[in-house]
Design a protein around this ligand. Structure first.
Ligand code: ZN
Length: 213
C-alpha cells in the first residue's frame, strides 16, 4: 500500500471518530470519502463513523469499481458526483447532523442560497449552499441532481436529509461540514429575529482576501 493511502486511511478513521464522538453523526448515519491519486477511499456501508477500522475502509477506482476493503456506503454516487464535477475536490463529507438537517426541512428558505452570510467563517469555509429536492434514500437521482449543478457549489443540502460538503482535503472538508452545522444552528436560533447579515461588499472582500480555506 502506498504511503498516501496508508496516511489517508488513518486520517479518515481518526476524523470520522472525532465527528462521531462530538455528535455530528449518530448510529450509522453519514459517510466520508477522500480522493487518492489512484482511486477513492470511502466509508463502508452500515458502520458507525466512530468504529472504522482503517484497513476495512472501501476503495473504489475512478470508474466506481470496488477494489479493496468492505462494501462502500449506499450513498457512494453522492461522492462520485462531486468528484466528477469538481476537479479540485479532494474529499467529501455527508452527514445527517441535526441543525443542518433541520435547515434542510424548512419550507421557506431560498433553495439557491440557503445559508445566509451570518459570519465570515461560513463564507470562507463553505460559500453559497444549494438545497436540492427530496428523493428517497439510495435513489441515484441524488447523484444526477448534484451533477446538474456542474460543480458550481462546494456544499449542498439534500432536502429532509442532510448536508454534503466538498473541499480541498479531508481536514478542511471536515472543518467546513462542522462550520455549516454550527451556522445552521445559528440560523435556526435567529429565526424570527431582526438579524444583521454580512453585506455583499463584506462577502466580496472575504472572497478576494481569503478565497475558500
Ligand atoms: Zn444520507
Amino acid at each position: 500500500m502506498m504511503d498516501e493511502e496508508r496516511k489517508s486511511r488513518d486520517e479518515l478513521a481518526y476524523l470520522c471518530r472525532s465527528l462521531f464522538e462530538r455528535g455530528f453523526s449518530v448510529g450509522t448515519a453519514g459517510n466520508v470519502s477522500v480522493r487518492l491519486s489512484d482511486g477513492i477511499l470511502m466509508t463502508p456501508t452500515n458502520v458507525r463513523l466512530g468504529d472504522l477500522d482503517p484497513d476495512c475502509i472501501s476503495k473504489l477506482d475512478f470508474d466506481g469499481r470496488h477494489v479493496a476493503g468492505d462494501k462502500p456506503t449506499k450513498e457512494v454516487f453522492l461522492h462520485q458526483a462531486f468528484y466528477d464535477t469538481r476537479p479540485d475536490a479532494g474529499a467529501v463529507v455527508h452527514l445527517h447532523s441535526t441543525w443542518a438537517t433541520a435547515l434542510s426541512c424548512l419550507a421557506d428558505i431560498d433553495p439557491d442560497d440557503c445559508v445566509p452570510p451570518l459570519t465570515p467563517y461560513v463564507v470562507m469555509r463553505v460559500g453559497t449552499v444549494k438545497r436540492v429536492p427530496y428523493v428517497k434514500p439510495g435513489d441515484p437521482k441524488m447523484g444526477d441532481m448534484i451533477r446538474d449543478l456542474q460543480g458550481k457549489y462546494a456544499a449542498v443540502l439534500l432536502a429532509n436529509h442532510g448536508p454534503v460538503v466538498s473541499g480541498k482535503n479531508l481536514f478542511s472538508t471536515v472543518a467546513a461540514a462542522e462550520e455549516l452545522e454550527e451556522t445552521a444552528r445559528l440560523i435556526v436560533a435567529l429565526r424570527g429575529m431582526n438579524t444583521q447579515l454580512l453585506t455583499r461588499d463584506d462577502v466580496a472582500e472575504l472572497n478576494a482576501t481569503f478565497g475558500r480555506i
